[in-house]
Design a binder for this molecule. Structure first.
Ligand code: SF4
Length: 368
């Protein structure tokens, strides 16, 4: 097993990222094989349990209420609806369900109680349960853990430097605080980011520094390629090349050897050969299902065919950490504690989003 380091520097990571591709692939594939079965890939299904109407201003996201996109919003789904979707996902080979709600942060109350019940219900189906609900207090993290949550997703998105160009309604520090709150429970951490938002390789390396210096490192790191959605400030960004994606996956694998590296948004823009290269470079997880929250994703049959062609096997649930127990609501020893978390509220600057839109346009014109 490769020794995990928590002191990577930006310079070291850039040197890895920029080395000749064949050397990078060889090194990443070697680290991957030392720590994982290279023919096993974890399959997760993402369910958007509450879509759209989000007060945040993430420049890439069609769910932000302030952008004019054509997504259909919905209120929080019922526990039964979520259970039905989870059962379908399980029968198609998924071992994990990730439930996403377009919230700034979790608020104590009936909706959170419903999410806790969803967690208990899916955990009983012997599937790993992950949630991505926005910012979270320590008490809320512990309540999710008590309900049987396996993982919590909270992406850093990009480097701390570039973050301010992508989101202005909450700070990088808030993100790290939520991850820290999750770490105070026994829930595993899933945190990654997006490439193709106009950032440079230094920013990509900066994000990997932020993730790899967390101690322990996140158990799961999703790498997304931006899906530029009309109506968002990033609508004109050009898709990243497969070589950038392969480099990012390989570098992530080298600096976080034990982590599950997940190919997330952007797979529809990648050929099967491109995805195979990513698996070779150390990706060992995908999101399945024809939609990722609101953006397109390959359909399940296509993925099953790709698995057959490449000789890949879906990873069994709880292969990396044991199944958490679920405490029933009536036996719970934890209750809402009325905590006022005091998340930052940096002033929203619409000009910032305008400058991002201009940047997207000028990048796209320079590539034409
Ligand atoms: S990424 Fe999440 S927090 Fe940001 S606008 Fe979209 S739903 Fe809201």
């Amino acid at each position: 097993m490769t020794e995990t380091r928590n002191n990577w520097t930006r310079e070291e990571i850039l040197e890895i990222y920029n080395q000749p591709l064949m050397d990078l692939l060889y090194k990443a594939a070697s680290v991957h094989r030392e720590n994982h079965d290279p023919n096993t890939v974890q399959v997760s299904t993402l369910i958007s349990i509450k879509t759209g109407g989000c007060p945040e201003d993430c420049g890439y996201c069609p769910q932000a209420a302030r952008y004019h996109t054509d997504i259909e919003g919905n209120d929080l789904m019922s526990v039964q609806q979520v259970k039905a979707q989870a059962l379908r996902a399980k029968s198609s080979g998924s071992s994990r369900v990730c439930m996403g709600a377009a919230w700034r942060n979790v608020k104590d109350g009936p909706e959170f109680e419903s999410v806790l019940e969803m967690v208990r219900t899916i955990n009983k189906l012997e599937m790993e349960v992950c949630c991505t609900l926005g910012m979270l207090t320590e008490n809320q993290a512990k309540r999710l853990a008590e309900a049987g949550l396996y993982a919590y997703n909270h992406n850093l998105d990009t480097s701390e430097d570039y973050y301010k160009d992508v989101i202005s309604t909450r700070s990088y520090e808030d993100r790290l605080t939520t991850i820290d709150n999750v770490r105070k429970s026994n829930v595993t951490v899933c945190s990654g980011g997006i490439i193709g938002m106009g950032e440079n390789p230094e920013d990509r390396a900066g994000m990997l520094v932020a993730l790899s210096t967390l101690n322990p490192q996140p158990e799961s790191v999703p790498i997304n390629a931006l899906v530029a959605v009309e109506g968002t400030p990033m609508e004109d960004m050009k898709p990243v090349s497969i070589w950038e994606m392969v480099r990012m996956v390989a570098t992530t694998r080298i600096v976080m050897p034990l982590t599950q590296v997940r190919l997330s948004a952007g797979r529809t823009q990648m050929s099967r050969e491109g995805q195979a290269l990513c698996f070779f470079a150390g990706a060992n997880s995908i999101f399945a299902g024809d939609k990722l929250l609101t953006t397109p994703n390959p359909d399940m049959d296509e993925d099953l065919e790709m698995f057959r062609e490449l000789g890949l096997n879906p990873q069994k649930a709880f292969a990396k950490s044991p199944q958490p127990s679920s405490i029933a609501a009536e036996d719970s020893v934890l209750a809402p504690n009325g905590e006022k978390p005091g998340w930052s509220r940096p002033g929203h600057k619409i000009e910032r989003n305008e400058s991002l839109r201009t940047k997207g346009k000028s990048i796209s014109e320079s590539l034409d």
